[in-house]
Design a protein. Structure first.
Length: 366
């Protein structure tokens, strides 16, 4: 029945024979409404059990924070399809949605020319920026100085960084996956890595190799220098493995006692695994192969499935947003380096080390 309906401001207006606008102003206590009229409206609202909740003026409403996610174009369409940075972006989106922050993303190359103006999206009307992937420090500093807003790095760091940084526990993951191989009896482990566009080994790859070094040192095993894939060789999933295969075959000819390969990313590991199979080797009977990052759509389909380190990519994005929002709200604590944990995922690409010829094992200590 109509009398059971919840009263509205129009109900009050009709009851006191005034316009809804006049009633609204009266309930707000606006000075333009005579005191007698205000009292009449307040009494009617009380009698009708009408509860007035004033709307905030536009100037009083909370301004929506604008966050920009900057990422290199890795050739994925859309960008969110990238198995690493796309997952980080998923975490960033979720955290921004929960914080009612407006998110946009900008695709920008690592080798962005100094003479080219930065994209307007990261220089105007932006409250905070997340730069994901190993951008050179010169570009990071340029973005920070021109945007005049807080900036958080994801999967990138450099000595003396003045920015909050969110990384996977690459050192710990590198240590754990190497330890797994050592526990299987492998004593000559080769690390396969690559270069960023800056022609330097990315910080995350460096940390994974440092974890390898620490594990080998603890076990008393001789270290091998990292095998750096030349820039002209493509390691992305492809039927053409000949360039990588030829390069890897040459490296193994120089180190015939190697029994395991640690690819600092799953793409490196999968390229190595397939190339070894093409060369006639059995995985894991002749070589064990491990990766890093756990790209499940690839790591579980490859034969045999790949042992790897699972990094919590969505969590990295969520933590980055938390730090950025804190900075945007005035947090002036010193720059933080945040490491997000990583776990070993054991699959069928690793097994006990094969027995090599005695002449190949002269450096064994354990």
């Amino acid at each position: 029945m109509t009398q059971n309906k919840r009263p509205t401001i129009r109900t009050v207006a009709k009851y006191v024979d005034l316009s809804p606008t006049t009633v609204s102003l009266a309930l707000r206590g606006d000075d333009s409404i005579p005191a007698e009229t205000r009292n009449k409206v307040l009494a009617a609202a009380k009698e009708l059990n009408y509860e007035f909740v004033p709307r905030k003026r536009k100037s009083e409403r909370k301004r929506v924070k604008r966050v920009v996610y900057v990422i290199k174009d890795y050739g994925d369409q859309p960008v969110i399809a990238n198995p690493f940075y796309g997952q980080i972006l998923n975490g960033v989106e979720q955290a921004c949605r929960e914080a009612d922050a407006n998110l946009s993303f900008v695709v920008m190359p690592h080798e962005y020319p100094d003479t080219t103006e930065l994209p307007v999206a990261i220089t105007e009307n932006v409250d905070g920026i997340i730069m994901s992937s190993p951008y050179p420090r010169s570009i990071v500093d340029r973005v920070a100085s021109i945007s005049h807003c807080p900036l958080v790095l994801v999967d990138n760091t450099f000595p003396g960084s003045p920015y909050d940084t969110v990384m996977a526990d690459d050192y710990g993951g590198g240590y754990r996956v190497t330890e797994h191989l050592l526990e299987q009896g492998h004593r000559r482990i080769m690390v396969v890595t690559g270069l960023a566009r800056s022609r330097e080994i990315p910080p995350s790859f460096q940390e994974r190799y440092r974890g390898y070094c620490a594990a080998c040192t603890y076990w008393g095993i001789d270290l091998l220098p990292p095998a750096v894939v030349p820039e002209y060789i493509d390691i992305s999933p492809s039927d053409r493995r000949e360039p990588f295969q030829g390069w890897l075959g040459g490296i193994l000819a120089e180190h015939p006692q190697v029994t395991a390969i640690f690819g600092v990313g799953d793409l490196f590991a999968i390229a190595a695994l397939q190339s070894l199979q093409n060369l006639g080797y059995r995985i894991p009977a002749d070589f064990s192969v491990v990766g890093y990052d756990n790209y499940e759509e690839m790591a579980t389909i490859i034969k045999p499935p790949l042992t790897t380190i699972h990094s919590y990519k969505r969590a990295m994005g969520q933590v980055a947003v938390q730090r950025l929002l804190s900075r945007m709200e005035g947090d002036d604590t010193p720059p933080l380096y945040i490491s997000v944990g990583a776990n070993l995922v054991t699959r069928a690409s690793t097994n006990l080390a094969p027995v090599r010829e005695p002449s190949m094992m002269t450096n064994d200590r354990k």
